[in-house]
Structure formats: structure tokens, C-alpha cells
Design a protein around this ligand. Structure first.
Ligand SMILES: [Zn+2]
Length: 72
């Protein structure tokens, strides 16, 4: 089953216009969901996740030290 091929107005990539595709008909799936540059957004999300993971680890470490100090 072939879908019509459209060119995304945002990134100029060709994409299949599927009936169940969310967002705009003239935007590829990647450009439909977020409002701005989706590549930049995804990259930011990855950085943010990494930062959050590091922050959580630092918090756990601090908590352990706090507990350890309290017990001793
Ligand atoms: Zn696009």
C-alpha cells in the first residue's frame, strides 16, 4: 500500500503522507510534533536526560554521604 509522497515544508525531506499521520499534511512526522526545529529539540532532550541522570546520581551520592554521616 503506497502513500502519496510529500515534501516537508520545514526540512524539505520527502515523507509518506499516511492517513493516520499526526500534525500537518505538509510536514514530515518529525516536524509535525514539536513547534520548532525537531533535530535541535531531540538533541536538547538527550542532553537534558544526560544532565538529569548526572544530577540524580549526584543527589544520590550526597544523600548517601548525609546518611552515612548521620549514622556514624
Ligand atoms: Zn520535516
Amino acid at each position: 500500500m503506497a502513500f502519496p509522497i510529500k515534501t516537508c515544508v520545514v526540512c524539505d525531506e520527502e515523507f509518506e503522507l499516511r492517513p493516520d499521520k499526526p500534525g500537518f499534511a505538509n510536514r514530515c512526522p518529525e516536524c509535525s510534533a514539536p513547534e520548532n526545529d525537531p533535530v535541535e529539540k531531540r538533541r536538547m532532550d538527550a542532553v537534558e536526560r544526560q544532565t538529569t541522570a548526572e544530577a540524580n546520581e549526584a543527589r544520590r551520592q550526597a544523600m548517601r554521604e548525609l546518611l552515612y554521616r548521620k549514622d556514624s
